[in-house]
Structures are given as structure tokens and as C-alpha cells.
Design a protein. Structure first.
Length: 325
């Protein structure tokens, strides 16, 4: 067939309405197929339906856990240091010595300080560390005690206690007929009259110190306050030292009374006895009073005793020596 005949035939077919509709439908179908093909190639493939009993392979790698951070260990804590035991009051208030005292040692204690102002002031000038026992009811006792302490002397409270005889020990004396509360109140009053002391000793007290129960009350108070006790030994049946040791209070007992008899010859004899005891035992304690004759002998005896090899010490030096042995 020639090309002209083909064109004529094509025109004739196009002139028929049915042919035009068929061609239009064919063209529309072709265009739709092309669009669908293009969309199909651009869209992701649908996920396959899982088959029961078959696990799908993982599509992602499992997350790798981060490497653990290196822990910096803190150094072990040092154990807490034990708390230092505080020093008892008697040690804190003790007179400090430049060197360790050498035996034989002698401690001189002067009782009844404060009542005789002239004797008290004269005693403060003695060239040695004397221990002064001040009566708590002496007028101006706090000022006198502070002056004595500043001049290097050690302090005791000379606590009035009940004697066996009719003598009056003074106000606020400790008495066996008192209740424990009354004894405690009187002792508290005496201990509150001035500061800086290392302990107490008894003024009179031959009856009171013989009562173990009463002395136990006193020692319990001293133990609480960290104080020491010097037993003046005004009675042969004193329980002071026994009760002090039972409760745990540092205690000393006097070895010599210097001036029960104020005669000069007798006082000198007592100093000789004191030296003998100090040599025999390494230490000795003497009690005297600020009487004129006693002070006169002391002023002369102190340098002579040092020259003979004795060391004059405050009372606490002998307490420490006893604790060390």
C-alpha cells in the first residue's frame, strides 16, 4: 500500500466517532500507565509481611554500650585521731618548773593564809615556790590569792571542817551532821571564792575527816572538778587518804607540822625532822603557818636547805613524783 492510500485510510478511520473514542481511551490508558510506572519506581518497596514462626533478621546493628568511665578511687580516710584527754585542773593550775626537780624534794605548805595580812604578804616574798592554803572566808582573799599566784606560789583552798573539840572552824565549815546537799553547798561556796588553785586541804576537821561517808562526798566533788587533796592529818583516824584513793583523787598527806609549838627551838627541830624524812623517802611535805617566828626561820632555812642539796618544790611536783613511781 502506498503512503497516500495509507493517509486516506487513516483519515477515513479518524472520521468515524467510534474509532476516535477508542484511540482516546488507548492514549489515556497509555498515559496512565506511564505515570503509574514512574510512581512505582520512585516509591520504596512495601515491607514484606512476616511469616509466622520465622524471625526477621535485624535491620540495625545493636547499640554498642559506652565504655565504662574509669572510677577514680578516693584515698582511704585516715582513722580519726583520738580525742586528747583534757588535763585535770590540778595539773593546769600547777606551778611550772624550769627543770625536773631532783630528790630529795621538800614542799612547804603555809595554812591559814589571808587572815593575817602582814604575815601573808611577808610569806609571798619567800625565795622559793611555797604552796599557800588560803582560808576561803578571808577578806579580800581573791586579790591576795592572785598576787601569790603571780609571784610563783601554788594555791590550795583551806576548807574549814568540823573538829572534835569546841574550836570554831569558821563559816561554811563542812560538818558531819549536814545532809549531802548541805555539805555540797558549803564546799561549792569555798571552791568559788578564788580561782587558780590545785586542790584543797582541811582546816581543822579532826571529826569530819574521820567520817568515811562524809569524806567520800568531798572526794567525789574533787574528782569531778579534777582537783587534788592534801590531808593535813589533824586526827589519827582520818579517812581522807583512803577515800581519795577509792574515788581516784590525787592525794598527799603531810609529814611534819612545823609550828604546833611556835617556840623557835621547836620549829627548828621540826625542820631537822623534815630534812631527815625527805632524805629517807625522796620527798616530804611540811605544813606551817605565817607566824612571825616560822617566817623568820624559813627565810634563813631556805637558802641553807638548797645548799645542803634539797629541792624546794610546789606541792604538785611531789604528786607527780608519786604518780610516776
Amino acid at each position: 500500500m502506498s503512503f497516500d492510500k495509507f493517509l486516506k485510510r487513516l483519515k477515513a478511520l479518524w472520521a468515524e466517532p467510534q474509532v476516535r473514542r477508542d484511540l482516546a481511551l488507548a492514549a489515556f490508558s497509555l498515559a496512565g500507565g506511564i505515570v503509574l510506572a514512574l510512581w512505582w519506581t520512585a516509591a520504596p518497596p512495601p515491607a514484606p509481611h512476616p511469616v509466622p514462626g520465622i524471625r526477621e533478621p535485624a535491620t540495625q546493628q545493636p547499640a554498642v554500650p559506652p565504655a565504662p568511665q574509669k572510677q577514680t578511687e578516693a584515698p582511704p580516710l585516715a582513722p580519726p585521731a583520738p580525742e586528747a584527754t583534757p588535763e585535770p585542773t590540778w595539773k593546769r593550775n600547777a606551778v611550772a618548773l624550769a627543770a625536773v626537780p631532783q630528790a630529795p624534794m621538800i614542799a612547804i605548805v603555809l595554812d591559814d593564809m589571808g587572815v593575817n595580812r602582814h604575815g601573808t604578804e611577808r610569806a609571798m616574798a619567800l625565795p622559793a615556790p611555797i604552796t599557800f592554803a588560803f582560808l576561803p572566808y578571808a577578806h579580800g582573799v581573791e586579790t591576795m590569792a592572785a598576787t601569790a599566784r603571780a609571784q610563783g606560789h601554788e594555791l590550795l583552798v583551806h576548807v574549814p571542817m568540823e573538829p572534835k573539840g569546841p574550836a570554831d572552824p569558821g563559816p561554811h565549815a563542812l560538818r558531819t551532821g549536814e545532809t549531802p546537799a548541805e555539805i555540797g553547798a558549803d564546799l561549792t561556796w569555798a571552791l568559788g571564792r578564788f580561782p587558780g588553785y590545785v586542790g584543797i586541804n582541811n582546816h581543822m576537821g579532826s571529826k569530819f575527816t574521820a567520817d568515811a561517808s562524809a569524806m567520800r562526798l568531798v572526794m567525789q566533788e574533787l574528782q569531778t572538778r579534777g582537783l587534788m587533796f592534801l590531808d593535813s592529818r589533824t586526827g589519827a583516824d582520818t579517812q581522807a587518804a583512803n577515800m581519795a584513793r577509792e574515788v581516784g583523787v590525787p592525794v598527799l598527806s603531810r609529814d611534819v607540822f612545823l609550828d604546833n609549838d611556835e617556840d623557835g627551838a621547836e620549829v627548828k627541830a621540826q625542820f631537822s625532822r623534815l630534812e631527815k624524812l625527805a632524805r629517807e623517802h625522796g620527798a616530804a611535805v611540811a605544813i606551817g603557818h605565817p607566824h612571825p617566828e616560822t617566817l623568820t626561820i624559813l627565810e634563813k632555812w631556805i637558802p641553807e636547805a638548797k645548799a645542803r642539796g634539797f629541792t624546794l618544790v610546789p606541792l604538785t611536783a611531789i604528786v607527780k613524783r608519786h604518780q610516776a613511781t
